[in-house]
Design a protein around this ligand. Structure first.
Ligand code: FES
Length: 119
């Protein structure tokens, strides 16, 4: 059975290609709105070291880590530029009446070395 969706923000809280960090879960979530109106949700943590992807740069559905510039696909979490090797975990997002609801992935997060999160 999958986890119940949680409400994380309103769509109106989001700006296109600007990440919004949500800290009510651990690891925090990175919420991104892309220019086609799609909301993407990933763990807000690079898999290389402890850097927030919401501090990175978004272009064409790709976020670039602010620390060493690995790039992650917002749709899949897949990495396409080193030094990061592992994908970022993605979560399912739905928009209902202008609110963003997230169903957290049941997969374990790909945390960078030395980082622990609360469960
Ligand atoms: S911390 Fe993201 S690429 Fe190094």
């Amino acid at each position: 059975m999958s986890a119940a969706p949680i409400k994380v923000c309103a769509v109106a809280d989001l700006s296109v290609d600007q990440g919004l960090r949500v800290t009510s879960v651990s690891p925090p979530l990175a919420i991104f709105l892309t220019s086609d109106g799609t909301v993407h949700v990933l763990d807000d943590m690079c898999t290389h070291q402890n850097a927030a992807l919401t501090d990175g740069w978004v272009d064409d559905c790709i976020v670039e880590c602010p620390l060493h510039m690995s790039r992650f696909d917002l749709r899949t979490g897949e990495v396409d530029a080193s030094p990061a090797l592992l994908p970022v975990r993605v979560h399912r997002a739905e928009i209902v009446d202008g609110e963003v609801w997230v169903t957290l992935s049941e997969q374990a997060p790909n945390l960078p070395p030395g980082v622990r999160v609360h469960s």
